[in-house]
Write a protein that binds this ligand. Structure first.
Ligand SMILES: Nc1ncnc2c1ncn2[C@@H]1O[C@H](COP(=O)(O)OP(=O)(O)OP(=O)(O)O)[C@@H](O)[C@H]1O
Ligand SMILES: [Mg+2]
Length: 410
């Protein structure tokens, strides 16, 4: 049952540590994207962003995809899928080529990007993205669109993201095991950035943190381009685990308590608030202070934010993210988390909610869907430029986007 041709539909598949989401987007002729289907299932075969059980992951994907198909009234054949995990590595690289005909052409741009990506990477890693940042023609730096410029020497700066070849292979295997084709694997924080960041933030400098269940994914943008990416294996699952350990309660109850009563800022909790906590074994439930819960939660979030701050210092981007930090993902929904993050980062922090799509917005405008919405937006860009790494934040993306603003389409 296919309502529309596959070409007009884009499907994002976010295989997270907590949940698998399949989101179907309908691409209108004017470029607008409407979410027409959403399927979600608990993720059972993933740990810290990587596949640890292929069978279980296939089952979760299948359920999510079936649900999305039912809602959208279509048959899903191929997907843009997310990838994350601490095997992700990133670096900035440069390439130089001679301009063939005294005027830079698209072919020269392709060659210089090829040259920039020709750096040695470990044998067990594979290239995921090569995102152009800026070009220089005959030493003149800061050029965003070099095609048509006169010159003899073209340089490019690119951001390269690599991942473990076997981790990527396992994700592909799970998706193909459901009879689906992989349009492209996309780094999850890069996908999320499409959904939650504003162009002025990307220009000024911003750090996006997608805090999920198994990983916290970081992407730094500056001057309109992505500059740094990194994945930390600390997120919501650790918070739940801390609650389970501190309150001696089963993980399932710890998760429920976290969602219902959790708060990352003890100042926001009244000292006389108590919660009923189930015990393990056949012991009776106990009444414990909500303030203690907030202290346990705060400790883990604070540790995570300190790690991120350290990572920003280590990569020399702390002082350049003048726009501050945007938090998204399920763990960013915790009460008091924005205020706590502002204390640790000592810069403005906001919650990132998916934007730039219509349809099912009351569902899709939830930070847990930032990656899925971002995958659709990435897919739209990729369909328009199948051969180019048309990354958001990349030069070509902006040229296209400015072009479509002028046409009044965006
Ligand atoms: N309202 C909330 N308050 C606090 N935490 C929440 C809330 N809603 C969801 N979470 C937590 O968010 C996490 C799931 O977030 P998300 O759905 O973004 O993860 P994921 O994409 O499946 O995982 P990952 O991206 O790490 O692979 C869980 O740990 C869950 O406990
Ligand atoms: Mg996620």
């Amino acid at each position: 049952m296919a309502k529309k041709s596959a070409k007009e539909l884009i499907v994002g598949l976010d295989i997270g540590t907590s949940k698998v989401v399949a989101m179907v987007g309908d691409l209108a002729a004017d470029g607008r994207l409407e979410v027409i289907g959403l399927g979600q299932h608990a993720s059972r075969g993933m740990s810290r962003g990587v596949v640890v059980n292929i069978e279980e992951t296939i089952k979760s994907i299948r359920r999510a995809v079936e649900e999305a198909e039912l809602m959208a009234g279509c048959r899903i054949q191929s997907v843009f899928a997310g990838i994350s995990g601490s095997h992700i590595k990133s670096s900035n690289s440069q390439g130089v080529v001679g301009v063939r005909s005294k005027e830079v052409t698209g072919a020269d741009v392709d060659r210089v990007i090829e040259a920039a990506r020709a750096i040695a990477i470990p044998a067990d890693q594979t290239v995921l993205h090569v995102v152009p940042q800026e070009f220089a023609v005959d030493g003149q730096e800061g050029i965003l669109e070099p095609v048509g410029m006169a010159g003899v020497r073209l340089e490019a700066r690119v951001h390269m993201v690599t991942c473990s070849a076997s981790a990527a292979q396992n994700i592909r295997r799970c998706i193909e095991g459901c009879g689906l084709h992989v349009d492209k694997l996309i780094l999850e924080p890069l996908a999320s950035s499409y959904a939650v960041l504003q162009p002025d933030e990307r220009d000024l400098g911003i750090c996006l943190v997608d805090m999920g269940g198994g990983t916290s994914d970081i992407a730094v943008f500056k001057g309109g381009s992505i500059r740094h990416t990194s994945v930390l294996p600390i997120a919501g699952a650790q918070v739940t685990n801390d609650i389970a350990m501190a309150f001696r309660t089963p993980p399932q109850s710890a998760e429920e308590i976290k969602l219902k009563y959790g708060c990352a800022l003890p100042q926001l909790v009244r000292t006389d608030e108590h919660i009923e906590v189930p015990s393990v074994g056949d012991r009776p439930p106990r009444r414990l202070s909500r303030l203690t819960l907030a202290e346990v939660i705060k400790a883990r979030y604070e540790e995570l934010f300190r790690f991120i701050r350290k990572e920003l210092h280590r990569s020399d981007f702390y002082d350049t993210v003048a726009g501050g930090v945007v938090l998204t993902g399920g763990s960013a929904k915790m009460e008091g988390v924005i205020e706590l993050a502002e204390e640790v980062f000592e810069m403005p922090v906001r919650l990132g909610v998916p934007q730039n799509v219509s349809g099912l917005t009351e569902v899709a405008r939830n930070p847990i869907y930032s990656t899925a919405v971002g995958l659709l937006l990435y897919g739209r860009q990729h369909q328009a430029h199948p051969n180019a790494e048309a990354e958001q934040g990349s030069v070509r993306y902006w040229v296209d986007r400015i072009g479509s603003w002028f046409k009044g389409n965006f």
